[in-house]
Structure formats: structure tokens, C-alpha cells
Design a protein around this ligand. Structure first.
Ligand SMILES: C[S@@+](CC[C@H](N)C(=O)[O-])C[C@H]1O[C@@H](n2cnc3c(N)ncnc32)[C@H](O)[C@@H]1O
Length: 209
């Protein structure tokens, strides 16, 4: 079994073709249902570690499923020059993400869409980032299995049950003082026994976005 940190769990349980960023966010909205998990932003140093672990390059197309305020997509585009798409079902988060992308001057690289992540086609993505509840990660498996071989999936705090990650890192975030877990897979996903992985201790690093 993988260790999980309980503070983030508690916080989570308590709550549910490229074009410029502004053009996609509020048009043709069809998703009106309640979020499956409330918004909790990944600390900036955890975001930096996630992107570092997946070795993002400018040739990547990164999807953040449940993008919140857009910090992952904005950081990825600004720091690595990649294209990115952030999906969120909550219109408040979508507006925040659009603003964040504009503030960081990466509108030409990032698209924000209001959409249910369980209806997103992932075949164009080369990197997928997740900070969702464990059962949501499991529900995404059929979509994640459609990723091109060699794509990378990185998940914050919750693994994908039944699919041992290639790498697991624990780190203490300087932002919230809490221990966080980051899991990395390279596709195709391989089912297997969940053994206690060797963990690499990391400490937080400072980031901007
Ligand atoms: C824990 S937050 C993670 C935010 C961001 N990825 C990060 O790491 O900072 C999860 C986000 O998923 C969104 N969400 C929940 N259910 C969703 C769904 N079915 N489709 C799209 N977004 C959803 C929530 O609105 C929330 O913003």
C-alpha cells in the first residue's frame, strides 16, 4: 500500500485544436454538474516538482485534469514553453485560470476549457497532471489508457490503484509545511501489485506562478 498524507485527504473530502485562452473558456458551456472534488491548489513547490519529474519540454502537450486556478498549465507554459490545456467543471475556477494564464502572458500556449474531465479525449496529450481523489484517478483509467506510448502521467498525493507508479517522491512543501507525494508513470500503464516503493525524500523548492 502506498502511504498517503491525511491532511490533504481531509481537505479534499470536506469539500467536490489550440486557440488563445480567452476564446475557449466561457463559450459553448454544456457542463453544469457539481464538481467531484473541491478545489485545493497544489503548492507551488509541488507543482515545480511534478513538472520536473515529467521532464516537460516545449514539444509537450500537457493536460491538467481539474485545473483549478490554472497554476500547473500556466507554470508549464511559462517555464518550459509547452502547449497546455486546463479542464475544470467549475466556472469560478475556469475564470480564475483564464486570468492566471493572462497574468503570466501565456495565452498563446494555453487553453482553458470548462468541461467534465471524464469526457475529455486524452489522445493529443503527452503529459497529464492529476490532483484528484483516488476513485477519480481509477475512473480515468480507460481514458489514460488511450494516451500515446511514452506519455507521462504525474499525480499529486493520490496514486492510481492497481497501477504501481514508476517513481514515487515524498516532499515537504515549504508553502504549507505538509508532506506531499508525487507519483509518476510512463505509458502504457501497467497493472501490478502495489508494493511499498523506494521513496526519494525531497524538500520544497521556490517557484513563481
Ligand atoms: C484538488 S483541485 C486541483 C487543482 C489543480 N490541478 C492543482 O493541482 O492545483 C481539483 C479540481 O478538479 C475540479 N473538478 C472536480 N470534478 C471535476 C470534473 N468532473 N471535471 C472537471 N473538473 C473537475 C475541481 O473544480 C477542482 O478545481
Amino acid at each position: 500500500m502506498y502511504r498517503i498524507s491525511f491532511v490533504p485527504i481531509l481537505v479534499l473530502i470536506l469539500s467536490v485544436s489550440f486557440c488563445p485562452v480567452g476564446c475557449a473558456a466561457e463559450e459553448g458551456i454544456t457542463e453544469k454538474r457539481t464538481p467531484d472534488v473541491v478545489y485545493v491548489g497544489s503548492p507551488r513547490d509541488v507543482v515545480a516538482k511534478m513538472l520536473d519529474m515529467v521532464k516537460v519540454t516545449k514539444d509537450d502537450v500537457l493536460y491538467d485534469l481539474g485545473c483549478g486556478d490554472g497554476r500547473i498549465v500556466a507554470t508549464a507554459a511559462k517555464k518550459y514553453g509547452c502547449r497546455a490545456v486546463g479542464y475544470d467543471i467549475n466556472p469560478v475556477r475556469v475564470r480564475e485560470a483564464v486570468e492566471n494564464v493572462k497574468r503570466n502572458g501565456v495565452e498563446d500556449l494555453v487553453k482553458i476549457e470548462r468541461k467534465d474531465i471524464f469526457k475529455v479525449d486524452l489522445s493529443e496529450a503527452s503529459v497529464v497532471t492529476l490532483y484528484l481523489l483516488p476513485e477519480m484517478n481509477v475512473k480515468l483509467i480507460p481514458q489514460l489508457e488511450k494516451l500515446k506510448p511514452g506519455s507521462r502521467i504525474v499525480a499529486h498525493d493520490y496514486s492510481i490503484e492497481g497501477y504501481p507508479p514508476d517513481t514515487t517522491i515524498t516532499m515537504n512543501s515549504k508553502e504549507d509545511g505538509v508532506e506531499h507525494y508525487v507519483y509518476l508513470w510512463t505509458t502504457p500503464l501497467k497493472p501490478g501489485e502495489e508494493e511499498e516503493p523506494e521513496e526519494e525524500e525531497e524538500s520544497g523548492v521556490d517557484e513563481d506562478e
